[in-house]
Design a protein around this ligand. Structure first.
Ligand code: OXD
Ligand code: MN
Length: 643
């Protein structure tokens, strides 16, 4: 939000107290805080001062990112019962949220642009777009005016300077988040490069994304209500993005993707627009390094919808002898072609904000080791001896140890409600992961040889297939579908379309986004385009059992992909793409895997699938559907019909 706009609101709203810097408040600040704000680079200071005029905090604290600061903040939260210490693990903490504030709220996440078509395509059937929520600047100003003025009264406004990406990387971008949530500050310190170094870089006058966040619960509360340990304002939650101005305003939620604005809001929604304008890609993808027994290392990026195992794959412990996986990132990739035509990727994040349930020493030992210290857990269960607990943690509860659920109730295995919320999380430093790739912070990024799309598909979709070429690969990304998960507010298990795993994170019209991807083939000369694959670890048999063991055995699929890149693995051409020729996927030592069932292409399923994909794309994208993608959709239908 530009200062001019804030002042305009102030005038509109006839809040005379807010239209000038409140002198009494200024007198209230300590010399140190005034110095902190006064010492900020001019463009940052302007943002802080205008936001302070609007939000009227009691105090302003400029974060340095130091260990001492982090400890005092956690100590303060502990004193206010906002977190509890988990004494079984060094410097680990648990926050439990208001049960109304537990996930991203897609229905209240909006993109504000002058023209609706810049944000979402116009569906051809006259219904509302399913590809994002547009808000007009006029409605935005009205809605924000009903929320932000005075929203931080009685609270401290924290100034969080941060970098997405290693501070020295030419691919990094900067942000400043203002927030009244110490939980957000502590989490941003883990998830981004926050504090001194970023502030120093901002001192060069470099541009930054303006991020304003409030839990929306000014103090004192009306009618003598006592402050909650998880202040929020679910009725008024609104997360707004202004891609043209590179601004984010988030109100009413303290949770994850709604409040840690560097992540989904900046690194995906705003960055996808920056990337379109500047010729690069900001994607919901993990990045990993895979090294074969001969020592040949390759990097791949993979897009799966939320809670479909990106963290598990990014930290995989390969079960094939001699293979090694290194982690670069588990959620977001920023990628750009370099001067030699190689696609280079950085992970803009500095930590993992992973889904806890299902994480165990068996499914993801590297994650378990990563989260054993310096971690903030949210909405997991707690053991009476100061440890954590969740569904699928797969560690025995010692005799005499009791459990408390995320809602604070005593809990015993077999209770109807889960012990941890299905979207409960760990927030942990990436540097603690034992398999971080040595290049994970490389300023120029790592070279990407393959892009993998995937989803949670219980039926019909083979374990792995390869795209015929670049446009076909882009079509496969646009056609992604997956069973819904707990990462957002959806109820029940339905198969959702989730193009490029970006449906909740698109910063602009999906039709323009697909064209941007298609252009990657033609825009630069001599580009080495990565090959594109699709995987599905989640296919089930008639009885509902998974056909593929997954986890460390997924290395077998990466092995096939790498051998395809080296021209050493045979494939069969099918209507959906190239699948492994019999014997070319290494299944040695695996008991009871039914390769035929894993790769079968039931005609009726694919007829239905191809029809649904075509209908979704043509209806949802309307006139913005790139002709090359329509051509691919029609061709898939034709090939399937001829099967
Ligand atoms: C996440 C998500 O938190 O995708 O990464 O929802
Ligand atoms: Mn994600």
């Amino acid at each position: 939000m530009s200062p001019a706009r804030i002042l305009r609101w102030c005038r509109h709203l006839a809040h005379p107290r807010l239209s000038v810097w409140p002198s009494s408040r200024q007198a209230h600040w300590t010399a140190n805080q005034q110095e902190g704000v006064g010492a900020l680079p001019g463009h940052v200071r302007e943002f802080v001062e205008s936001s302070a005029r609007l939000c009227a905090p009691q105090d302003i604290h400029v974060c340095t990112g130091s260990e001492h600061e982090a400890q005092s903040m956690l100590g303060l939260m502990e004193a206010q019962s906002q977190v509890v210490r988990l004494p079984r693990h060094q410097n680990c903490w648990l926050a439990c949220t208001d049960p109304r504030d537990v996930a991203r709220v897609e229905s209240r996440t909006v993109i504000v642009t002058d023209s609706q078509r810049d944000t979402v395509p116009t569906p051809s059937d006259g219904t509302a777009s399913k590809l994002g929520n547009w808000m007009s600047p006029q409605v935005f100003e009205r809605e924000m005016g009903l929320r932000f003025p005075g929203c931080m009264k009685g609270r401290t406004m924290y100034v969080v300077p941060f970098s997405m990406g290693p501070v020295s990387s030419p691919l990094a971008r900067f942000g400043v988040q203002l927030t009244d949530s110490p939980y957000v500050v502590a989490s941003m310190r883990i998830m981004t490069r926050m504090g001194h170094d970023s502030l120093e870089a901002l001192g060069t006058g470099i541009e930054f994304v303006k991020c304003l966040h409030s839990v929306g619960s000014p103090l004192p509360l009306p009618d003598g209500l006592s402050p909650s340990t998880w202040p929020c304002n679910p009725e008024k939650t609104l997360i707004a993005h202004l891609p043209d101005q590179r601004e984010i305003l988030s109100f009413g939620s303290g949770y994850g993707g709604n409040s840690l604005l560097g992540k989904k809001c900046f690194a995906l929604r705003i960055a996808s627009r920056m990337a379109k304008d500047e010729g690069w890609l900001a994607e919901h993808m993990l990045i990993l390094a895979i090294t074969n027994p001969a020592g040949r290392k390759r990097y791949v990026a993979a897009a799966f919808p939320s809670a479909c195992g990106k963290t598990n794959l990014a930290m995989m412990k390969p079960l094939l002898p001699g293979w090694k996986v290194g982690c670069v990132g588990d959620d977001i990739a920023w990628m750009r072609f370099d001067s030699e035509g190689r696609l280079r990727a950085i992970n803009p994040e500095n930590g993992f904000f992973g889904v806890a349930p299902g994480t165990s020493w068996k499914t993801n030992p590297n994650a378990m080791e990563t989260i054993s210290r310096n971690t903030i857990f949210t909405n997991v269960g707690r053991t009476s001896d100061g440890g954590v607990y969740w569904e699928g943690i797969d560690t025995p509860i010692p005799p005499g140890v009791t459990l408390t659920s995320w809602t604070g109730s005593p809990w015993t295995p077999g209770d109807a409600e889960p012990c941890a919320h299905p979207n409960s999380r760990f927030c942990t430093p990436a540097s603690q992961c034992p398999i971080m790739d040595p290049e994970w912070e490389s300023p120029q990024g790592v070279p990407i040889d393959a892009i993998i799309f995937g989803g949670r598909r219980p039926e019909g979709v083979p374990l792995v297939y390869e795209a015929f070429n670049w446009p076909h690969g882009i079509f496969i990304g646009s056609a992604m579908r997956s069973e819904s998960t707990a990462a957002a507010e959806h109820k029940g298990r339905v198969i959702l379309h989730d193009p490029f795993a970006m449906r909740p994170f698109l910063g602009y019209n999906l039709g323009h986004y697909l064209q941007h991807w298609l252009n990657m083939e033609t825009e630069g000369s001599g580009r080495h385009l990565p090959r594109i694959f699709h995987v599905n670890w989640f296919r089930k048999d008639r009885e509902g059992s998974y056909l593929w063991p997954g986890f460390g055995d997924n290395c077998r699929v990466l092995d096939w992909i790498c051998r395809r890149l080296d021209g050493e693995a045979d494939a069969l051409e099918t209507p959906v793409g190239y699948v492994p020729a019999p014997g070319s996927l290494d299944l040695s030592g695996l008991q009871g895997v039914q390769a035929e069932a894993l790769f079968s292409l039931p005609k009726a399923f694919w007829e239905h699938e191809a029809a649904q994909i075509r209908e979704y794309l043509t209806v949802q994208l309307g006139p913005d559907l790139p002709p090359a993608i329509l051509w691919e959709a029609e061709n898939l239908q034709r090939r399937v019909a001829e099967m």
